[in-house]
Design a protein around this ligand. Structure first.
Ligand SMILES: [Zn+2]
Length: 383
């Protein structure tokens, strides 16, 4: 197919040909399932609604090492801006172009070829090797990884080590490993007053006036302190809305939206308790709703980080940095199970962009690093 003799490249190309815009899987998981079946994995297809999920495991022992990822991609966007069609994998100047090349069909292929070589060389390794793959990462993420984790819990399957193949590299494939993310908590607050004529304030209760002091206090609150891995939790008001537009009406309701980006020192419960406490101190009537779009997670120095560091250093001769920056990923659903978790994939420079691409030599490099990590985790004594 190409001048490159790279199974990782070939598999990435096959996956890019499947137009798997969320929640479509477009046959990707079938291709992956066939590959994994040949090397001894037991497969469990777990569809929920329109979402396809695949749980594949080889081995019956602990620890369980899992590669996690997604087959879905974001829409290609403006087709006219693509230099080559997004779902026709195209090689140009040492790069492979196509939607999903970097996020994250390239990583999926690298994980699978790494597993294949590792198993062929070490069929009797200790522990178990697994894949958790969804087609619902780029979308609502309600019927993907989160549901598979529920399924695994019900089966009493405890994950120990997890690499999520999200593109993490800043400039090259292995310069950055993500060992955590901040959490995100959205709040919808309604301050209740009583609407009335602006000339008769004694007969009304001004919801804006009621809101001013507590909101000012919340905005000035120090929620926690930074720690070694995360900055301090932030509180930001995203929107405030009140009033009818008329100049002679006292508003009876004020709607306010705010968001916390919170670190591992705080929990949503702790933050919400303090919000409620503040509202209580100011004696306001209110309704409060919230949703947690992701819990923070942090993998501290341990076996997985050491293995990743060592593998990258051996193979690329560079020392990666650990980072907790960036948006959310499915790591937020897996890390709370107690697994040590790292996000580690190719360079993220073109993800979600038109002309998404991945450097071909980095695909094979990534596969080699993944294989070395497997050796360090599943061949070591006490694994
Ligand atoms: Zn992704």
């Amino acid at each position: 197919m190409t001048e490159y003799n790279s199974p990782t490249l070939t598999l990435t190309q096959q996956l890019i040909e499947c137009p798997s815009v969320t929640p479509e899987d477009a046959n990707c998981q079938q291709i992956i399932a066939e590959y994994l079946k040949k090397i001894g994995f037991t497969l469990q297809h777990l569809p929920f609604g329109p979402v396809q999920n695949l749980w594949a495991i080889r081995g019956h022992e602990n620890p369980i090492f899992v590669f996690a990822g997604h087959t879905d991609v974001v829409p290609p966007g403006e087709l006219s801006k693509w230099e080559t069609p997004p779902f026709i994998p195209t090689i140009k100047n040492g790069y492979l172009y196509g939607r999903g090349a970097a996020d994250m069909k390239g990583s999926l292929a690298a994980m699978i070829t790494a597993a294949e070589r590792f198993i062929n060389k070490n069929p009797y390794h200790s522990g178990s090797l697994a894949f958790l793959i969804t087609s619902d990462e780029e979308g609502p993420a309600k019927e993907g990884t989160v549901k598979v984790i529920e399924y695994l819990k019900a089966q009493n399957i405890q994950l120990d080590y997890c690499i999520v193949g999200e593109p993490s590299g800043q400039n090259t494939v292995a310069d950055t490993l993500k060992n955590g993310r901040r959490g995100s908590l959205n709040c919808y607050l309604k301050i209740l007053g009583k609407q009335g004529h602006i000339a008769y304030p004694d007969k009304a209760q001004n919801a804006i006036h009621h809101a001013l002091l507590p909101l000012a206090e919340l905005a000035a609150t120090q929620w926690d302190n930074s720690n070694e891995h995360f900055p301090a939790t932030t509180f930001q008001i995203a929107n405030i809305k009140a009033g009818t537009g008329a100049t002679n009406v006292i508003p009876g309701i004020l709607d306010c939206q705010f968001n916390f980006r919170f670190n591992s020192e705080s929990t949503p419960e702790m933050l919400l308790d303090r919000v409620k406490e503040t509202l209580k101190t100011h004696e306001v009537q209110y309704e409060l709703e919230w949703d947690v779009s992701g819990l923070p997670f942090l993998t501290k120095t341990g076996k997985l980080i050491s293995a990743c560091m060592q593998a990258v250093e051996e193979i690329t001769k560079i020392s990666p940095v650990l980072s907790t920056k960036g948006g959310t990923s499915d790591g937020r659903f897996i890390a709370p199970t107690g697994a040590e978790l790292i996000e580690f994939g190719p360079c993220n420079a073109t993800i979600h962009c038109v002309n998404e691409c991945v450097k071909i030599e980095e695909l094979e490099l990534l596969s080699q690093i993944y294989e070395r990590i497997l050796e360090l985790i599943l061949l070591s004594k006490g694994a």
